[in-house]
Design a protein around this ligand. Structure first.
Ligand SMILES: *Cc1c(COP(=O)(O)O)cnc(C)c1O
Length: 478
Protein backbone atom coordinates (compact mmCIF):
# COMPACT_ATOMS: atom_id res chain seq x y z
CA UNK A 1 0.00 0.00 0.00
CA UNK A 2 2.85 2.36 0.87
CA UNK A 3 4.26 2.19 -2.60
CA UNK A 4 0.80 2.70 -4.14
CA UNK A 5 0.46 5.97 -2.30
CA UNK A 6 3.92 6.98 -3.39
CA UNK A 7 2.89 6.28 -6.96
CA UNK A 8 -0.02 8.65 -6.58
CA UNK A 9 2.37 11.39 -5.55
CA UNK A 10 4.44 10.70 -8.60
CA UNK A 11 1.35 11.42 -10.64
CA UNK A 12 0.77 14.82 -9.07
CA UNK A 13 0.01 17.50 -11.58
CA UNK A 14 1.30 21.04 -11.76
CA UNK A 15 -2.23 22.39 -11.89
CA UNK A 16 -3.62 23.97 -8.80
CA UNK A 17 -6.44 21.63 -7.90
CA UNK A 18 -6.78 22.35 -4.23
CA UNK A 19 -9.35 25.04 -4.95
CA UNK A 20 -11.79 22.28 -5.78
CA UNK A 21 -12.11 21.62 -2.10
CA UNK A 22 -14.81 23.99 -0.85
CA UNK A 23 -13.89 26.60 1.73
CA UNK A 24 -14.83 25.71 5.29
CA UNK A 25 -18.05 27.33 6.38
CA UNK A 26 -17.82 26.41 10.07
CA UNK A 27 -15.57 27.80 12.78
CA UNK A 28 -12.23 26.17 12.96
CA UNK A 29 -11.78 24.19 16.18
CA UNK A 30 -8.64 24.26 18.26
CA UNK A 31 -7.28 20.82 17.63
CA UNK A 32 -5.21 20.92 20.82
CA UNK A 33 -8.41 20.93 22.83
CA UNK A 34 -9.57 17.67 21.25
CA UNK A 35 -6.40 15.69 20.66
CA UNK A 36 -3.22 15.63 22.76
CA UNK A 37 -0.25 17.01 20.89
CA UNK A 38 1.57 13.68 20.88
CA UNK A 39 -1.24 12.05 18.89
CA UNK A 40 -1.36 14.74 16.22
CA UNK A 41 0.12 14.21 12.80
CA UNK A 42 2.25 17.17 11.90
CA UNK A 43 1.42 17.46 8.28
CA UNK A 44 -0.83 15.50 6.02
CA UNK A 45 0.31 15.63 2.45
CA UNK A 46 -2.60 15.36 0.05
CA UNK A 47 -1.64 14.56 -3.53
CA UNK A 48 -2.57 17.18 -6.03
CA UNK A 49 -4.26 14.92 -8.53
CA UNK A 50 -7.63 14.85 -10.32
CA UNK A 51 -10.11 12.11 -9.47
CA UNK A 52 -9.91 10.59 -12.94
CA UNK A 53 -6.17 10.03 -12.54
CA UNK A 54 -6.63 8.30 -9.22
CA UNK A 55 -9.33 6.04 -10.60
CA UNK A 56 -7.16 5.11 -13.57
CA UNK A 57 -4.19 4.54 -11.31
CA UNK A 58 -6.02 1.98 -9.18
CA UNK A 59 -7.76 0.33 -12.11
CA UNK A 60 -4.40 -0.07 -13.84
CA UNK A 61 -2.93 -1.58 -10.71
CA UNK A 62 -5.83 -4.01 -10.44
CA UNK A 63 -5.30 -5.01 -14.08
CA UNK A 64 -1.83 -6.21 -13.20
CA UNK A 65 -3.39 -8.75 -10.92
CA UNK A 66 -4.47 -12.18 -12.09
CA UNK A 67 -7.23 -14.23 -10.52
CA UNK A 68 -9.58 -17.01 -11.40
CA UNK A 69 -12.00 -14.33 -12.63
CA UNK A 70 -9.38 -13.43 -15.27
CA UNK A 71 -8.76 -16.90 -16.68
CA UNK A 72 -7.67 -20.49 -15.99
CA UNK A 73 -5.66 -20.85 -12.78
CA UNK A 74 -4.33 -24.41 -12.95
CA UNK A 75 -2.39 -24.26 -9.68
CA UNK A 76 -2.08 -27.91 -8.65
CA UNK A 77 -3.24 -28.83 -5.14
CA UNK A 78 -4.94 -25.45 -4.71
CA UNK A 79 -8.30 -26.06 -6.45
CA UNK A 80 -8.51 -22.53 -7.83
CA UNK A 81 -11.99 -22.97 -9.21
CA UNK A 82 -14.51 -20.30 -10.08
CA UNK A 83 -16.74 -19.45 -7.13
CA UNK A 84 -20.35 -18.49 -7.87
CA UNK A 85 -20.88 -14.79 -7.17
CA UNK A 86 -24.28 -15.44 -5.61
CA UNK A 87 -22.51 -16.88 -2.58
CA UNK A 88 -20.74 -13.55 -2.12
CA UNK A 89 -24.13 -11.81 -2.07
CA UNK A 90 -25.39 -14.29 0.51
CA UNK A 91 -22.47 -13.88 2.89
CA UNK A 92 -22.81 -10.10 2.66
CA UNK A 93 -26.42 -10.15 3.90
CA UNK A 94 -26.76 -7.86 6.95
CA UNK A 95 -28.12 -10.82 8.93
CA UNK A 96 -24.63 -12.28 8.69
CA UNK A 97 -22.43 -9.19 8.63
CA UNK A 98 -24.03 -7.38 11.59
CA UNK A 99 -24.05 -10.22 14.07
CA UNK A 100 -21.82 -10.36 17.10
CA UNK A 101 -20.40 -13.63 18.40
CA UNK A 102 -21.61 -12.81 21.91
CA UNK A 103 -25.20 -12.03 21.01
CA UNK A 104 -28.22 -14.22 21.82
CA UNK A 105 -27.76 -17.78 20.74
CA UNK A 106 -31.04 -18.29 18.93
CA UNK A 107 -30.29 -16.08 15.94
CA UNK A 108 -30.13 -18.90 13.42
CA UNK A 109 -26.37 -18.73 12.93
CA UNK A 110 -25.63 -21.59 15.30
CA UNK A 111 -28.27 -23.58 13.47
CA UNK A 112 -26.47 -22.90 10.22
CA UNK A 113 -23.20 -24.12 11.77
CA UNK A 114 -24.87 -27.19 13.18
CA UNK A 115 -26.56 -28.01 9.90
CA UNK A 116 -23.43 -27.65 7.77
CA UNK A 117 -21.62 -29.97 10.19
CA UNK A 118 -24.27 -32.56 9.41
CA UNK A 119 -23.91 -31.97 5.67
CA UNK A 120 -20.13 -32.34 5.86
CA UNK A 121 -20.78 -35.51 7.85
CA UNK A 122 -22.88 -36.83 4.98
CA UNK A 123 -20.28 -35.88 2.39
CA UNK A 124 -17.39 -37.51 4.25
CA UNK A 125 -19.12 -40.14 6.39
CA UNK A 126 -17.64 -38.72 9.60
CA UNK A 127 -19.71 -38.68 12.81
CA UNK A 128 -18.77 -35.29 14.29
CA UNK A 129 -17.21 -32.04 13.08
CA UNK A 130 -15.59 -28.91 14.39
CA UNK A 131 -15.69 -25.89 12.11
CA UNK A 132 -13.17 -23.86 14.04
CA UNK A 133 -9.82 -24.40 12.28
CA UNK A 134 -8.97 -21.40 10.13
CA UNK A 135 -7.12 -23.27 7.37
CA UNK A 136 -6.15 -26.71 6.18
CA UNK A 137 -2.85 -26.71 8.04
CA UNK A 138 -4.61 -25.49 11.20
CA UNK A 139 -7.05 -28.39 10.81
CA UNK A 140 -4.15 -30.82 10.50
CA UNK A 141 -2.68 -29.55 13.75
CA UNK A 142 -6.06 -29.84 15.50
CA UNK A 143 -6.59 -33.36 14.14
CA UNK A 144 -3.18 -34.45 15.34
CA UNK A 145 -3.71 -32.91 18.77
CA UNK A 146 -6.93 -34.93 18.98
CA UNK A 147 -4.97 -38.05 18.04
CA UNK A 148 -2.38 -37.27 20.70
CA UNK A 149 -4.95 -36.65 23.41
CA UNK A 150 -6.77 -39.85 22.49
CA UNK A 151 -3.64 -41.94 23.00
CA UNK A 152 -2.79 -40.07 26.21
CA UNK A 153 -6.28 -40.85 27.53
CA UNK A 154 -5.50 -44.52 26.97
CA UNK A 155 -2.07 -44.09 28.58
CA UNK A 156 -0.41 -45.20 25.35
CA UNK A 157 2.91 -43.71 24.34
CA UNK A 158 2.71 -42.95 20.63
CA UNK A 159 5.44 -40.60 19.48
CA UNK A 160 5.74 -41.21 15.76
CA UNK A 161 3.56 -40.82 12.73
CA UNK A 162 3.88 -42.12 9.19
CA UNK A 163 3.80 -39.52 6.42
CA UNK A 164 4.39 -40.78 2.85
CA UNK A 165 6.66 -38.74 0.56
CA UNK A 166 3.67 -37.98 -1.68
CA UNK A 167 1.96 -36.01 1.11
CA UNK A 168 1.23 -32.32 0.95
CA UNK A 169 4.05 -30.27 2.47
CA UNK A 170 1.95 -29.15 5.40
CA UNK A 171 1.51 -32.75 6.66
CA UNK A 172 5.01 -33.31 8.03
CA UNK A 173 5.12 -29.71 9.29
CA UNK A 174 1.86 -30.14 11.26
CA UNK A 175 2.96 -33.52 12.60
CA UNK A 176 6.16 -31.96 13.88
CA UNK A 177 4.26 -29.06 15.45
CA UNK A 178 1.98 -31.50 17.23
CA UNK A 179 5.08 -33.13 18.70
CA UNK A 180 5.34 -36.30 16.61
CA UNK A 181 8.48 -37.46 14.88
CA UNK A 182 7.97 -38.49 11.30
CA UNK A 183 8.53 -41.78 9.54
CA UNK A 184 8.64 -41.15 5.80
CA UNK A 185 7.59 -43.88 3.39
CA UNK A 186 8.59 -43.62 -0.25
CA UNK A 187 5.92 -44.11 -2.89
CA UNK A 188 6.29 -47.02 -5.29
CA UNK A 189 6.30 -46.80 -9.07
CA UNK A 190 2.52 -46.39 -9.17
CA UNK A 191 2.72 -43.39 -6.82
CA UNK A 192 1.18 -45.53 -4.06
CA UNK A 193 2.29 -46.73 -0.64
CA UNK A 194 4.24 -50.02 -0.51
CA UNK A 195 2.18 -52.05 1.96
CA UNK A 196 5.13 -54.11 3.22
CA UNK A 197 6.91 -50.94 4.29
CA UNK A 198 3.78 -49.67 5.97
CA UNK A 199 3.45 -52.93 7.91
CA UNK A 200 7.10 -52.79 8.86
CA UNK A 201 6.85 -49.19 10.08
CA UNK A 202 3.69 -49.84 12.12
CA UNK A 203 5.45 -52.62 13.99
CA UNK A 204 7.69 -50.14 15.74
CA UNK A 205 5.01 -50.03 18.42
CA UNK A 206 5.02 -46.36 19.34
CA UNK A 207 3.55 -45.28 16.01
CA UNK A 208 0.33 -43.25 16.36
CA UNK A 209 -0.78 -43.96 12.83
CA UNK A 210 -0.69 -42.53 9.35
CA UNK A 211 -1.34 -39.13 7.83
CA UNK A 212 -2.39 -39.62 4.25
CA UNK A 213 -3.05 -37.11 1.49
CA UNK A 214 -5.49 -38.78 -0.87
CA UNK A 215 -5.63 -38.19 -3.77
CA UNK A 216 -1.95 -37.56 -3.17
CA UNK A 217 0.19 -34.79 -4.62
CA UNK A 218 0.62 -36.83 -7.81
CA UNK A 219 -3.15 -36.72 -8.31
CA UNK A 220 -3.16 -40.46 -7.63
CA UNK A 221 -5.89 -42.24 -5.67
CA UNK A 222 -4.24 -45.04 -3.70
CA UNK A 223 -6.09 -48.18 -4.82
CA UNK A 224 -5.06 -50.07 -1.69
CA UNK A 225 -6.61 -47.48 0.57
CA UNK A 226 -8.67 -50.04 2.50
CA UNK A 227 -5.68 -52.26 3.13
CA UNK A 228 -3.72 -49.23 4.36
CA UNK A 229 -6.30 -48.33 7.00
CA UNK A 230 -6.66 -52.00 7.96
CA UNK A 231 -2.93 -52.38 8.58
CA UNK A 232 -2.81 -49.23 10.68
CA UNK A 233 -5.85 -50.23 12.75
CA UNK A 234 -4.56 -53.76 13.29
CA UNK A 235 -1.50 -52.19 14.87
CA UNK A 236 -3.67 -49.97 17.12
CA UNK A 237 -3.00 -46.81 15.13
CA UNK A 238 -5.33 -44.09 13.89
CA UNK A 239 -5.74 -42.94 10.29
CA UNK A 240 -5.70 -39.26 9.42
CA UNK A 241 -7.00 -38.21 6.02
CA UNK A 242 -5.88 -34.97 4.41
CA UNK A 243 -9.05 -34.16 2.51
CA UNK A 244 -8.03 -30.71 1.28
CA UNK A 245 -8.30 -32.16 -2.20
CA UNK A 246 -11.62 -33.93 -1.81
CA UNK A 247 -12.99 -32.08 -4.84
CA UNK A 248 -12.72 -35.05 -7.26
CA UNK A 249 -14.32 -37.47 -4.82
CA UNK A 250 -17.43 -35.48 -3.92
CA UNK A 251 -20.48 -37.71 -3.98
CA UNK A 252 -18.39 -40.65 -5.20
CA UNK A 253 -16.55 -42.03 -2.18
CA UNK A 254 -16.08 -41.08 1.46
CA UNK A 255 -13.02 -41.12 3.72
CA UNK A 256 -14.97 -42.77 6.55
CA UNK A 257 -15.91 -45.70 4.29
CA UNK A 258 -12.22 -46.11 3.46
CA UNK A 259 -11.54 -46.52 7.18
CA UNK A 260 -10.32 -43.08 8.27
CA UNK A 261 -10.77 -41.77 11.79
CA UNK A 262 -9.95 -38.08 11.39
CA UNK A 263 -10.13 -35.89 8.31
CA UNK A 264 -9.89 -32.26 7.40
CA UNK A 265 -11.53 -30.46 4.51
CA UNK A 266 -10.56 -27.14 2.99
CA UNK A 267 -13.81 -25.23 2.59
CA UNK A 268 -11.87 -22.46 0.85
CA UNK A 269 -10.75 -24.86 -1.86
CA UNK A 270 -13.65 -27.18 -2.45
CA UNK A 271 -16.67 -25.21 -1.29
CA UNK A 272 -16.75 -21.76 -2.84
CA UNK A 273 -14.46 -19.25 -1.21
CA UNK A 274 -12.10 -17.13 -3.28
CA UNK A 275 -8.67 -17.89 -1.87
CA UNK A 276 -5.00 -17.33 -2.35
CA UNK A 277 -3.11 -14.42 -0.90
CA UNK A 278 -3.32 -15.85 2.57
CA UNK A 279 -6.92 -16.21 3.62
CA UNK A 280 -9.39 -16.31 5.18
CA UNK A 281 -9.88 -20.03 5.07
CA UNK A 282 -11.65 -22.81 6.90
CA UNK A 283 -10.36 -26.30 7.61
CA UNK A 284 -13.07 -28.25 9.46
CA UNK A 285 -12.10 -31.48 11.17
CA UNK A 286 -14.34 -34.53 11.06
CA UNK A 287 -13.93 -37.48 13.41
CA UNK A 288 -15.47 -40.87 14.21
CA UNK A 289 -17.73 -41.28 17.24
CA UNK A 290 -14.96 -42.44 19.52
CA UNK A 291 -13.04 -39.19 19.01
CA UNK A 292 -15.95 -36.73 19.34
CA UNK A 293 -15.20 -36.01 23.04
CA UNK A 294 -11.74 -34.75 22.04
CA UNK A 295 -13.01 -32.11 19.58
CA UNK A 296 -12.18 -28.49 20.41
CA UNK A 297 -14.62 -26.43 22.43
CA UNK A 298 -17.15 -24.98 22.24
CA UNK A 299 -19.17 -27.74 20.57
CA UNK A 300 -22.68 -27.34 19.24
CA UNK A 301 -25.42 -29.63 20.47
CA UNK A 302 -29.05 -29.91 19.58
CA UNK A 303 -31.45 -29.49 22.52
CA UNK A 304 -35.17 -28.82 22.93
CA UNK A 305 -34.29 -25.12 23.17
CA UNK A 306 -32.56 -25.30 19.82
CA UNK A 307 -28.87 -25.44 19.00
CA UNK A 308 -26.70 -24.37 21.92
CA UNK A 309 -23.03 -24.51 22.68
CA UNK A 310 -21.50 -26.84 25.15
CA UNK A 311 -18.25 -26.25 26.95
CA UNK A 312 -18.15 -28.83 29.72
CA UNK A 313 -16.07 -31.56 28.32
CA UNK A 314 -12.84 -32.36 30.12
CA UNK A 315 -11.56 -34.61 27.34
CA UNK A 316 -11.63 -31.80 24.76
CA UNK A 317 -8.32 -30.50 23.47
CA UNK A 318 -9.65 -27.04 24.39
CA UNK A 319 -10.10 -23.89 22.36
CA UNK A 320 -8.18 -23.45 19.18
CA UNK A 321 -9.75 -20.34 17.67
CA UNK A 322 -11.87 -17.44 18.83
CA UNK A 323 -15.58 -18.19 18.70
CA UNK A 324 -16.68 -20.30 15.71
CA UNK A 325 -13.93 -20.00 13.15
CA UNK A 326 -14.13 -18.00 9.93
CA UNK A 327 -17.90 -17.76 9.76
CA UNK A 328 -18.09 -16.09 6.34
CA UNK A 329 -16.25 -18.95 4.67
CA UNK A 330 -18.63 -21.41 6.31
CA UNK A 331 -21.70 -19.48 5.12
CA UNK A 332 -20.43 -19.57 1.53
CA UNK A 333 -19.81 -23.31 1.79
CA UNK A 334 -23.31 -23.84 3.19
CA UNK A 335 -24.92 -21.92 0.34
CA UNK A 336 -22.79 -23.79 -2.19
CA UNK A 337 -23.63 -27.24 -0.83
CA UNK A 338 -27.36 -26.51 -0.60
CA UNK A 339 -27.45 -25.02 -4.09
CA UNK A 340 -25.68 -27.98 -5.71
CA UNK A 341 -27.24 -30.76 -3.67
CA UNK A 342 -26.01 -34.35 -3.74
CA UNK A 343 -26.26 -34.68 -7.52
CA UNK A 344 -24.57 -31.36 -8.17
CA UNK A 345 -21.64 -32.17 -5.89
CA UNK A 346 -21.16 -35.50 -7.60
CA UNK A 347 -21.06 -33.73 -10.95
CA UNK A 348 -18.37 -31.39 -9.55
CA UNK A 349 -16.21 -34.40 -8.74
CA UNK A 350 -16.81 -36.11 -12.06
CA UNK A 351 -16.07 -33.05 -14.19
CA UNK A 352 -12.97 -32.16 -12.13
CA UNK A 353 -11.58 -35.63 -12.92
CA UNK A 354 -12.66 -35.49 -16.54
CA UNK A 355 -11.02 -32.09 -17.09
CA UNK A 356 -7.74 -33.18 -15.51
CA UNK A 357 -7.60 -36.35 -17.59
CA UNK A 358 -8.48 -34.45 -20.75
CA UNK A 359 -5.44 -32.21 -20.22
CA UNK A 360 -3.25 -35.14 -19.15
CA UNK A 361 -3.91 -37.07 -22.36
CA UNK A 362 -3.42 -34.08 -24.65
CA UNK A 363 -0.29 -32.74 -22.93
CA UNK A 364 1.58 -36.02 -22.65
CA UNK A 365 2.19 -35.93 -26.40
CA UNK A 366 4.84 -33.24 -25.92
CA UNK A 367 5.59 -33.31 -22.20
CA UNK A 368 6.99 -35.97 -19.92
CA UNK A 369 4.37 -37.61 -17.67
CA UNK A 370 6.24 -39.58 -14.98
CA UNK A 371 3.16 -41.35 -13.55
CA UNK A 372 1.15 -42.34 -16.57
CA UNK A 373 -2.18 -43.48 -15.17
CA UNK A 374 -5.69 -42.13 -14.85
CA UNK A 375 -5.52 -39.21 -12.47
CA UNK A 376 -7.97 -37.58 -10.11
CA UNK A 377 -8.20 -33.78 -9.96
CA UNK A 378 -4.61 -33.13 -11.05
CA UNK A 379 -1.52 -34.67 -12.62
CA UNK A 380 2.17 -33.90 -12.68
CA UNK A 381 4.35 -33.31 -15.73
CA UNK A 382 8.09 -32.76 -15.66
CA UNK A 383 10.67 -30.91 -17.75
CA UNK A 384 12.55 -34.12 -18.44
CA UNK A 385 13.42 -34.41 -22.12
CA UNK A 386 12.52 -30.82 -22.97
CA UNK A 387 14.53 -29.66 -26.01
CA UNK A 388 17.49 -27.31 -25.47
CA UNK A 389 17.45 -27.74 -21.69
CA UNK A 390 14.35 -25.67 -21.29
CA UNK A 391 13.29 -25.88 -17.64
CA UNK A 392 10.03 -25.92 -15.74
CA UNK A 393 10.63 -22.33 -14.69
CA UNK A 394 11.05 -21.26 -18.33
CA UNK A 395 7.77 -22.98 -19.25
CA UNK A 396 5.92 -21.43 -16.32
CA UNK A 397 7.20 -17.93 -17.08
CA UNK A 398 6.29 -18.24 -20.75
CA UNK A 399 2.73 -19.28 -19.84
CA UNK A 400 2.34 -15.85 -18.19
CA UNK A 401 3.18 -14.17 -21.52
CA UNK A 402 0.04 -15.76 -22.94
CA UNK A 403 -2.10 -14.14 -20.27
CA UNK A 404 -2.62 -17.34 -18.27
CA UNK A 405 -1.56 -18.41 -14.81
CA UNK A 406 1.10 -21.10 -14.43
CA UNK A 407 0.67 -24.48 -12.71
CA UNK A 408 2.33 -25.25 -9.38
CA UNK A 409 6.02 -25.78 -10.12
CA UNK A 410 8.82 -27.80 -8.52
CA UNK A 411 6.30 -29.57 -6.27
CA UNK A 412 5.86 -32.39 -5.38
CA UNK A 413 9.55 -32.81 -4.64
CA UNK A 414 9.49 -36.47 -5.61
CA UNK A 415 9.41 -35.43 -9.27
CA UNK A 416 12.30 -33.32 -10.45
CA UNK A 417 11.15 -30.25 -12.40
CA UNK A 418 7.48 -30.89 -11.59
CA UNK A 419 4.58 -29.02 -13.19
CA UNK A 420 1.48 -29.85 -11.19
CA UNK A 421 -1.69 -29.08 -13.12
CA UNK A 422 -5.20 -28.88 -11.67
CA UNK A 423 -7.71 -27.38 -14.10
CA UNK A 424 -10.82 -27.84 -11.87
CA UNK A 425 -14.36 -28.49 -13.03
CA UNK A 426 -15.22 -24.87 -13.73
CA UNK A 427 -13.07 -24.57 -16.88
CA UNK A 428 -14.85 -25.01 -20.21
CA UNK A 429 -13.49 -27.22 -23.00
CA UNK A 430 -12.59 -24.05 -24.87
CA UNK A 431 -10.51 -22.81 -21.98
CA UNK A 432 -8.78 -26.20 -21.59
CA UNK A 433 -8.06 -26.31 -25.33
CA UNK A 434 -6.49 -22.86 -25.16
CA UNK A 435 -4.23 -24.00 -22.32
CA UNK A 436 -3.12 -26.99 -24.43
CA UNK A 437 -2.54 -24.70 -27.42
CA UNK A 438 -0.31 -22.45 -25.30
CA UNK A 439 1.64 -25.41 -23.93
CA UNK A 440 2.17 -26.84 -27.41
CA UNK A 441 3.36 -23.46 -28.69
CA UNK A 442 5.83 -23.39 -25.82
CA UNK A 443 7.07 -26.84 -26.79
CA UNK A 444 7.62 -25.64 -30.38
CA UNK A 445 9.51 -22.62 -29.07
CA UNK A 446 11.65 -24.88 -26.91
CA UNK A 447 12.69 -26.68 -30.10
CA UNK A 448 13.10 -23.69 -32.40
CA UNK A 449 13.62 -20.56 -30.33
CA UNK A 450 14.62 -21.53 -26.78
CA UNK A 451 16.01 -18.08 -25.92
CA UNK A 452 12.51 -16.64 -25.91
CA UNK A 453 11.66 -19.09 -23.13
CA UNK A 454 14.81 -18.55 -21.14
CA UNK A 455 14.15 -14.81 -20.94
CA UNK A 456 10.40 -15.04 -20.38
CA UNK A 457 8.17 -13.42 -19.31
CA UNK A 458 8.20 -10.58 -21.83
CA UNK A 459 4.67 -9.19 -21.57
CA UNK A 460 4.19 -8.86 -17.80
CA UNK A 461 4.70 -5.68 -15.79
CA UNK A 462 7.33 -7.44 -13.68
CA UNK A 463 9.97 -9.45 -15.57
CA UNK A 464 11.71 -12.57 -14.30
CA UNK A 465 12.82 -12.08 -10.74
CA UNK A 466 16.18 -13.14 -9.46
CA UNK A 467 14.87 -15.71 -7.01
CA UNK A 468 18.32 -16.53 -5.63
CA UNK A 469 19.13 -12.89 -4.89
CA UNK A 470 15.67 -12.37 -3.39
CA UNK A 471 16.25 -15.27 -1.00
CA UNK A 472 19.82 -14.24 -0.08
CA UNK A 473 19.21 -10.54 0.23
CA UNK A 474 15.54 -9.91 0.90
CA UNK A 475 14.47 -6.26 0.89
CA UNK A 476 11.22 -6.41 2.76
CA UNK A 477 10.25 -2.73 2.74
CA UNK A 478 10.89 0.43 0.73
C1 LIG B 1 -3.86 -26.74 0.46
C2 LIG B 1 -3.58 -27.98 1.10
C3 LIG B 1 -3.28 -28.05 2.48
C4 LIG B 1 -3.11 -26.82 3.33
O1 LIG B 1 -4.23 -26.00 3.40
P1 LIG B 1 -4.10 -24.48 3.86
O2 LIG B 1 -5.50 -24.00 3.97
O3 LIG B 1 -3.31 -23.80 2.78
O4 LIG B 1 -3.39 -24.46 5.16
C5 LIG B 1 -3.09 -29.28 3.03
N1 LIG B 1 -3.16 -30.41 2.31
C6 LIG B 1 -3.43 -30.38 0.98
C7 LIG B 1 -3.50 -31.68 0.23
C8 LIG B 1 -3.64 -29.19 0.33
O5 LIG B 1 -3.88 -29.19 -0.99
Amino acid sequence: MCSNIQLIFEKETENELKNFVPQMDIDEVDINEILPNTLQRKDLPIPNIPEVEIVRHFINLSNRNYGVDSGIYPLGSCTMKYNPKVNENIVRMPEFTYIHPLQEENDGCLELLYHISKLLGEITGMDGFTLQPAAGAHGELVGLLIMKKYFESKALKKLKIIVPDSAHGTNPASAKMAGFSIIEIQSNKYGEIPLDQLEFAMQEGDVAGIMLTNPNTLGVFDRQIKEITKIVHENSGLCYYDGANINPMLGICRPRDMGFDIIHLNLHKTFSTPHGGGGPGSGPIGVVNELIPFLPEPCLISTQQGIVCNENNDKSIGRIKAFWGNFGVIVRAYAYILALGAEGLKRVGQVAVLNANYLRVLLQKNFNLPFNRICQHEFVLSDRGMPNEVTTEDIAKRILDHGLYAPTIYFPLIISGALMIEPTETESKKSLDYFVEVMNKIYEEAKNDPEILKNAPHNTSVKRLDAVLAARNPILHD
